[in-house]
Design a protein around this ligand. Structure first.
Ligand SMILES: Nc1ncnc2c1ncn2[C@@H]1O[C@H](COP(=O)(O)OP(=O)(O)OP(=O)(O)O)[C@@H](O)[C@H]1O
Ligand SMILES: [Mg+2]
Length: 166
């Protein structure tokens, strides 16, 4: 099995939100191996550390202790082989639907025309063909918004995906 993601002995300790003088360990002793092509769900009650672990896997949060490897390489900084569909709304309201969907590709250096073509194709595939030039204000959570998040995520063609939804 090709290992896409491996967490070994991961712990994340924060300054406590309730008592700033205290430290709070959100997760500890986490060993997790995800094979390439494997579908894994992390399930647990609110506050148990699901987002914390996904943030570690995406390279947005460095663990306090432990090691993270991505396809066998130690993870340093952002995990460029992961897509991350955030729990919270993460669209950029100043960008059109198309520009939101193509953002991930642009950030990876895909030429603008190619990124737009792929983004248009993904908008079409999630039922939003023809909506590319629309703007939706922050706070919207209607189907087109979710569709754009999905389309942007899929368009960026990552090797592993972290889909984060309650
Ligand atoms: N940056 C931070 N600073 C302080 N505490 C934090 C921080 N991030 C997370 N925590 C705490 O760590 C714990 C785990 O949080 P996390 O967001 O990972 O939980 P979750 O399982 O994703 O919850 P939910 O199901 O509500 O999304 C919570 O008690 C949270 O308050
Ligand atoms: Mg969460």
């Amino acid at each position: 099995m090709t290992v896409a993601l491996n967490l070994q002995g991961v712990a994340c300790t924060f300054v406590s939100k309730d008592q700033p003088g205290q430290r709070y360990t959100a997760v500890k002793d986490v060993d997790l191996t995800v094979g390439a092509g494997e579908f894994v769900s992390v399930v647990g009650p609110t506050g148990c550390g699901k987002s914390t672990l996904l943030n570690v896997a995406a390279g947005l949060l460095a663990p306090s202790t432990g090691a993270v490897t991505v396809f066998g390489q130690p993870l340093q900084g952002l995990n460029k082989r992961a897509g991350y569909m955030f729990q919270a709304e993460s669209l950029m309201p100043w960008r059109t639907a198309l520009a939101n969907v193509s953002a991930g590709l642009q950030f990876r250096g895909v030429p603008e025309e190619q990124a737009a073509a792929q983004a248009n194709e993904w908008l079409r595939r999630v039922g939003l063909g023809g909506f590319g030039d629309r703007y939706l204000g922050p706070g919207h959570s209607d189907p087109p918004v979710d569709g754009k998040r999905v389309a942007r995520h899929l368009a960026s063609q990552e090797k592993s995906r972290a889909v984060h939804h309650p």
